[in-house]
Design a protein around this ligand. Sequence first.
Ligand SMILES: Cc1cc2nc3c(=O)[nH]c(=O)nc-3n(C[C@H](O)[C@H](O)[C@H](O)COP(=O)(O)OP(=O)(O)OC[C@H]3O[C@@H](n4cnc5c(N)ncnc54)[C@H](O)[C@@H]3O)c2cc1C
Length: 802
Amino acid sequence: MTGPSVVIIGAGVVGAALADELSARGWTEVTVVDQGDVPATGGSSSHAPGLVFQTNGSKTMTEMARYTVEKFVALDSFLQVGGLEVATTPERLAELHRRHGWAAAWGIEAHLLSPEECVAKHSLLDGSKVLGGLFLPTDGLAKAVRAVDAQLARARERGVRVLPRHEVLDIRSEGGRVTSVVTDQGEIAADIVVCCAGIWGPKVARMVGMNLPLTPLAHQLAWTGQVQELAGQTEEATRPILRHQDADLYYRERFDTLGIGYYGHRPMPISADDILSVDAAEVMPSVLTFTPDDFADAWSATQELLPSTRSAKVEEGINGLFSFTTDHLPLMGESPQVKGFWVAEAVWVTHSAGVGLAMAEWLVDGHCSTFDLHECDVNRFEPHQLAPDYVRARGCQNYVEVYDIIHPLQPMEEPRPLRTSPFHPRQQELGAIFLEAAGWERPQWYGGNAGLLKGRDIPTPGDWAAQYWSPIVGAEAQATRESVAMYDMTALKRLEVSGPGAVAFLQSLTTGDVDKSVGSVTYCLLLDTDGGIRSDVTVARLGPEEFQVGANGNLDLDWFDRHRPRDGSVQVRDLTAGTCCVGVWGPRARDLVQPLTTTDLTALRYFRGTRAYIGNVPVTMLRLSYVGELGWEIYTTADMGLKLWDSLWEAGQDHGVLAGGRGAFTSLRLEKGYRSFGTDMTYEHDPYEAGLGFAVKLDKGDFVGRDALLARKESVKRRLTCLLTDEVVMGREPVYDGERAVGYVTSAAYGYTIGRGIAYAWLPAALATPGQPVDIGYFDRRVGAVVAEEPLFDPAMQRLRG
Ligand SMILES: Cc1cc2nc3c(=O)[nH]c(=O)nc-3n(C[C@H](O)[C@H](O)[C@H](O)COP(=O)(O)OP(=O)(O)OC[C@H]3O[C@@H](n4cnc5c(N)ncnc54)[C@H](O)[C@@H]3O)c2cc1C
């Protein structure tokens, strides 16, 4: 037996996959416990119909699905009948084109089909109802219970213990570390506990005081009696699995009957505490009684699309429970409070083996090298996103929206508003159109700026890019470069790192040299041990032992907290909620701000910061700009925020000041080539590929990721590349070299100063040379693009240094 002692709670598809992957890596001191019988435990995996549609807007989720398919095929636990999604509305057809683009971008074979081709694949369809389809030959049906059995069998052979009928009642910890798991059959010592308890996850996590943002919801699955056209079918399934998302439905065959899954009914959440025990449950704990009234619309829509079901009946049905989260993504990672307590929760069968692999790599190697996990980390949430009301409301909303067509900028509707910056009342007065960022209401543009349109010819993008857009976005962008604009930057995470150990701590965790004079600001990266980018940050030294770090989100706080020395020499504090920030940027920024302060702003050079006063308001000013113009990020405490805004606004009236929204910001950012973590680069990319090598100071001494970078530096095979495009695209589209999909778009916008569409894209290094033509797959067409030298605007940095 080797490795630490691990207890996995739950022998569903996730727990079984993890046991297999851990033991394959030599960790064999592993015990899997389940309250039910194994392999059909009574959890969600025991009754899942097992449809695996791999296509997903998330690259990570698609890759996890692909891994699951490949593994289940090898385990003889997959019927690879293909997957067909049909459109019955023009909007859905456009959406299927978009989904085809995702599949191509993430490297999965997919085909768009005509109505006739759809019927040829699935003869039960009424072709006259169908406008087209998307077909993936490698999709199909996972045999979840068989996959559990097969993975546990392999794990057992390697020494893993599997203990059915062991209910976990408590988890013990000492000194902030797990020590054991208490079951109804006795206590099991553990260095690491992984909660793979599915819908029971919140209950198990609470045993270590962890608040897991997951809602179990009932989902209707019905089975017909014999469908005449399927009579005599001896194989379990021959036609592709089928999705009819316009009616929230999916289908699979089971010999001569059909399984029908439905997401169109009212959300039916349940508390993890109210799930019945294995012995008390009539069928199994994750199965509630079918409510036929909720299924009525599903049955009529089914009879319309699949006419041969008209002579059949719905003979069985369940309201089966499974997990939903606030953002559709799984919950993976270690508790911030109790070391050694990990979760792998809210995972579909579709992604289960991928999640098992990811968790095993993370546990054994300290990081996952196969997938970028930043979207899945359980520590990604802001505090308000853990509130029970929020978790339930978002879980229910996500249930309703599972098959909806969601625009990338579409904000959640409820619960809102949640977080408002002190500038909010003024922004409302200026007619701000708010979207949402980490709970913050953030202006996308200002209706009050309509007057700026006069004399400007702002091109209108295609219909998708024109949603959550106004020509005012273009006017705000141009006006920023002409005069001066105020941008609300409050939503960006701000951390204070202080104490006698702060310099050494930041030196060890960042790629830049932050041990510079007080007033210095350093752009640098946080890397993982494999050299992958975890975040990009600006580190401002405000005192000998005091730094303000401009970060990206809660994962940065979590990363700092995990690495912080425990001897009290370093404190890390999240300043975001108690402070606010306005970016004052544009050629007339100095004219606006200088009269308000006694600080000599000409002496404050680019990438320098200082404490100062704007009138009566104490501020921190950092001379930085994401939009590529002269100006400052000006921070103050929340109580003084409105006064700061008003002082700047009033002084700006003589200088043509305007309020600028996020739409303009993104356009200006891309003209300057500034990358955004999470969109342009993620954990899977290193600084050299991402064009951020300038932020790495290899000669400053050791830091996390340095050794790995030395090797990666010499082997750049792909590059984040600037493209000029003939039409504005959205992001996540495939990029083609001829017929071959060679990469994908990250960020995209129209450049209102340069008068061209801009897209950043990951491309093979060999194609990332200026002048290289490529195509972007955009819905049903190809958009021409050419690789361009970057940055596209002010490469000499005259505007910023002016
Ligand atoms: C009706 C329905 C249809 C679905 N269709 C699909 C589909 O087509 N495709 C797809 O990909 N997904 C589908 N899903 C979702 C999928 O079934 C689940 O997301 C998945 O099975 C979850 O796997 P899991 O291992 O996390 O959870 P589970 O399979 O629920 O396993 C968790 C295990 O933890 C055990 N456990 C919990 N608490 C304790 C405790 N205190 N002590 C000991 N053991 C404990 C439970 O007994 C259980 O065995 C469907 C779900 C439902 C309900």
